[in-house]
Ligand binder design. Structure first.
Ligand SMILES: *[C@@H]1O[C@H](CO)[C@@H](O)[C@H](O)[C@H]1NC(C)=O
Length: 488
């Protein structure tokens, strides 16, 4: 469409400069005025075309890979907004607002682990009636702007509001809940120049940290009592402290599941929200999750993007969480240590269960156990196809679309997509590798996958993955049927 214009432009400039063209008489009067006018018109046209091309190619993979040599985004707009939330003016004047800042937030690990920590700290702030002070999602706490990650630059820290929306980042609490809204650390430091600093080491004794009998609820209640005993409206945990809930608690169902009775009714879980940036990424790629059927105009209007209720499941979507890459080694490591699933992947009402082998050694295991771990943690294409067929057959709701959340290599993902499409008929099979994302969205894409997985009609997740378990927790909190949470 645009090429003829480009060609004409070239012909014109050739005619301008090359005398050979003067042999052919021009049908147009060669007045300076005419040429200038045409020149201007062509100049404008080509400018418009050039801009349109840039716009079109902006999301093209090849072009964005070229552009990715530029620096990662710093999400300044989000940071600025966090520093000027609408409730700050009022909170600054009020003396009755209390705050809780766990500055010892998890860092240098994947978003799944960091989110677990944020959930528990949000829950603690809410249970003690304090404003939750939200941290950045920090990869590297050394104060730098960018960090090297496997030879590629990533932001060292991302403002939490680029990932999340809702109460965790200062959104309103649900109606009737008078807990003060969340604030950013910058605001906390302004209103709390001399906070009471609590040390986790003083409170979490050996029993609370390591004993199988010490449930998360016991640790939680101990902290609620401790925080409630502090009169100071300003409470902070030192940034160098260990986490209140260390990672092994999240992997221990006996210790973790008791907290569910408290978490499931808390707005932290029931009103968990994603950022406008993630919602925009969802809209841009909606055809991958909810391919709109070619029906009547009325039908299309009803399913128009602007009317979509984000708290509802995505009808007909089966989401698969397929971890690849570093997980091959990781799954062997899990087998060698007979690791159990993440706690929120083990609700007793789930159809798929995992019986942790008890005959494993110390850092090694039998061949049989290893094969079992690989099948459930790092399934082959054949094993994936088989499981998908079984889950589809067992689903009460018809499943029509597949979306594969994966970090697998593009060629492997294409092979998997083909195998799935060959084995069964699907209206659409898409994957994370098909996503078209803006530069800012690229570095928070795991949140988009979570938003989609949270709302999929049925999910097949990885039992050892914290991303899966966070999603499953949110699905359970929103009242989706336990049968819709499946595992490899
Ligand atoms: C698992 O244990 C076996 C046997 O001790 C060892 O050869 C292998 O390297 C271990 N794998 C990982 C990932 O730790």
């Amino acid at each position: 469409m645009s090429l003829p214009f480009l060609k004409r432009k070239h012909r014109l400039s050739d005619a301008d400069s090359l005398p050979t063209f003067s042999r052919t008489p021009s049908p147009l009067p060669m007045s300076t005025y005419g040429l200038t006018k045409r020149g201007v018109r062509f100049f404008l046209l080509t400018t418009v075309i050039f801009l349109a091309l840039v716009g079109l190619l902006y999301n093209n993979d090849v072009v964005s890979r070229y552009l990715s040599r530029r620096l990662p985004p710093l999400y300044e707009k989000y940071r600025q907004r966090e520093l000027h939330l609408p409730h700050y003016k009022e909170y600054e004047k009020r003396k009755d607002i209390k705050y809780f800042w766990a500055a010892n937030h998890a860092h240098s690990s994947g978003w799944g682990n960091v989110m677990q920590d944020f959930v528990m700290m949000g829950l603690l702030a809410h249970a003690t009636g304090r404003s939750f002070v939200f941290n950045d999602y920090v990869w590297n706490p050394d104060g730098s702007q960018y960090s090297d990650y496997n030879g590629k630059l990533i932001p060292s820290r991302i403002p939490l509001s680029a990932l999340l929306g809702g109460p965790m980042v200062g959104g309103e609490m649900p109606y009737g809940d008078n807990t003060p809204r969340a604030v950013a650390p910058g605001f906390f430091e302004k209103v709390c120049p001399n906070p009471t600093v609590l040390r986790v080491e003083d409170i979490n004794d050996h029993y609370m940290r390591f004993d199988d009998g010490a449930s998360a609820t016991l640790v939680f209640d101990t902290w609620v009592k401790k925080i409630n005993s502090v009169e100071d409206p300003c409470v902070k945990i030192d940034k160098n402290d260990i986490p209140i809930f260390e990672f092994w608690i999240f992997g221990n169902k006996n210790r973790m599941l008791p907290i569910w009775s408290h978490l499931k009714t808390s707005p932290i879980a029931t009103h968990w929200g994603w950022s406008p940036l993630i919602h925009d990424a969802y809209q841009r790629n909606r055809h991958l999750f909810l391919p709109t059927p070619e029906t009547s105009i009325a039908g299309r209007l009803l399913s128009s993007p602007s009317e979509e209720d984000y708290t509802r499941p995505i009808p007909g979507l089966l989401a698969l969480h397929v971890r690849r890459g570093d997980f091959e080694n990781h799954c062997q490591h899990l087998a060698n240590w007979s690791s159990d699933w993440n706690a929120f992947n083990t609700f007793p009402e789930f159809l798929d269960k995992f019986d942790r082998p008890t005959d494993g050694g110390w850092g090694e295991t039998s061949e049989k156990n290893m094969q079992m771990y690989i099948k459930r943690c790092y399934p082959s294409i054949e094993q994936i196809v088989e499981k998908v067929a079984a889950v589809r057959a067992a689903s009460k709701d018809p499943l029509k679309y597949l979306y594969i959340m994966t970090n697998g290599a593009v060629s492997w993902v294409e092979e998997l997509k083909k195998a799935l499409a060959d084995a069964d008929s699907w209206d659409h099979v898409g994957s994370s590798r098909d996503l078209k994302l803006t530069w800012e969205q690229k570095f928070v894409a795991q949140a988009l996958d979570m938003f989609v997985a949270q709302r999929a009609q049925v999910l097949i997740g990885n039992g050892w993955s914290s991303l899966t378990s966070n999603v499953v927790m949110l699905r359970m909190a929103s009242g989706m049927s336990p049968d819709t949470n499946r595992f490899w």
